[in-house]
Design a protein around this ligand. Structure first.
Ligand SMILES: NC(=O)C1=CN([C@@H]2O[C@H](COP(=O)(O)OP(=O)(O)OC[C@H]3O[C@@H](n4cnc5c(N)ncnc54)[C@H](OP(=O)(O)O)[C@@H]3O)[C@@H](O)[C@H]2O)C=CC1
Ligand SMILES: O=C/C=C/c1ccc(O)c(O)c1
Length: 242
C-alpha cells in the first residue's frame, strides 16, 4: 500500500508528498467530485473528518435516524463535524467532552442540544440510559464503562478515535444490556462522494483557520504552545504532591 504522505512511490521510488505535491496522477476510481457549493478550504477537512463519522458510524451503523439521541464523545476535528451531520439528520445530539470551555461552541456554534462534561459525575448520571448511540472520537485512553452507561439497552458505540494504547472495555459494560461496540476506519470512495454531496446540500463545512503556507512553522509553534504537555505534567505532578 502506498500512503499519501511519506510513503515510497511504487512507480519511481520517490517519497510521496500528499497535498504538498505540485502534481499527482490518480486513477479515476480514487477521485471525488467537489461540489460547486462546497468551499475548498472549509470542505477539505471533510475528506477525513467528514467521511470518518459519516460513513461507518452514521450510515452503516444506522446512527443517522431523525429523532435518535446521539452522543458525540470529544469535540475536536471529527467530533464537531459529527455534530453538524447529526443535526442535518434531525437527531438529538449530546456532546460529551472533557473540556467545560467547549460548551458554548457545542451549543451555540454547532447546534448541539446538550453538553456533558465527562468527569462531572452528576451530569453523567443524569444522562444515563438516554442515548441510542455514541460516536467515540476521543484520541486518548479514557474510562469506557461510564460511557456505556449513557447508552440505552441495545445501544451502540462506534469508535473512530485512535488512542495509542489498547482500549479496555469491561465485558459487563456490553453484555448487561446487549450493547454493541464497533470500530471503523475512514470510508470508501462512493461514501466519500455521497458525504460531500450531502454536506454541500446542507451547508455542512468544517470550522477551520486558514493560514498561508509560509505561516506553517508559526502554526506548528502555536500548536506546541496550545499543547504544552511538559508544563501540564509538571503542574499535575505538583498538584498531586500537595
Ligand atoms: N478511524 C479513523 O478512520 C480516523 C481516526 N482518527 C483519529 O480520531 C481521533 C480524533 O481525531 P481529531 O478529531 O482530528 O482529533 P482532535 O485532536 O481534533 O480531537 C480529539 C479530542 O479528543 C479529546 N481529548 C484529547 N485528549 C484527551 C484526554 N487526554 N482526555 C480526554 N479527552 C481528550 C479532546 O476533546 P474534548 O476536549 O472535547 O474532550 C480533543 O479535542 C484521533 O485519535 C485520530 O487519530 C482520525 C481520522 C480518521
Ligand atoms: O485522510 C484521512 C485521514 C485519515 C487518518 C487516519 C488515521 C489517523 O490517525 C488520522 O489522524 C487520520
Amino acid at each position: 500500500m502506498v500512503f499519501t504522505y511519506n510513503s515510497v512511490d511504487c512507480v519511481d521510488g520517490t517519497l510521496t508528498y500528499g497535498g504538498y505535491s505540485s502534481a499527482v496522477v490518480v486513477h479515476e476510481r480514487f477521485v471525488v467530485r467537489f461540489p460547486d457549493a462546497m468551499p475548498l478550504d472549509k470542505g477539505a477537512l471533510l475528506l477525513c473528518a467528514g467521511i470518518t463519522v459519516y460513513s461507518s458510524p452514521m450510515k452503516h451503523h444506522g446512527l443517522n435516524v431523525p429523532g435518535m439521541h446521539l452522543g458525540v464523545l470529544s469535540l475536536g476535528g471529527l467530533g464537531h463535524v459529527a455534530v453538524k451531520f447529526a443535526k442535518v439528520f434531525g437527531m438529538k445530539v449530546t456532546v460529551i467532552s472533557s473540556s467545560p470551555g467547549k460548551k458554548r461552541e457545542a451549543l451555540e456554534l454547532l447546534g448541539a442540544d446538550a453538553f456533558i462534561v465527562s468527569n462531572n459525575a452528576d451530569e453523567m448520571k443524569a444522562a444515563m440510559g438516554t442515548m441510542d448511540g455514541i460516536i467515540n472520537t476521543v484520541s486518548a485512553n479514557v474510562p469506557m464503562a461510564p460511557l456505556f452507561e449513557l447508552l440505552k439497552p441495545n445501544g451502540k458505540m462506534i469508535v473512530v478515535g485512535l488512542p495509542n494504547k489498547p482500549i479496555e472495555v469491561p465485558a459487563f459494560a456490553l453484555v448487561d444490556q446487549n450493547k454493541t461496540l464497533a470500530e471503523s476506519y475512514i470510508g470508501g470512495m462512493s461514501d466519500t462522494q455521497e458525504m460531500l454531496d450531502v454536506a454541500a446540500k446542507h451547508g455542512v463545512t468544517a470550522e477551520i483557520e486558514l493560514v498561508s503556507a509560509d505561516y506553517v512553522n508559526t502554526a506548528l509553534e502555536r500548536l506546541v504552545f496550545v499543547i504544552d504537555i511538559a508544563n501540564t505534567l509538571h503542574k499535575v505532578a505538583g498538584a498531586a504532591a500537595e
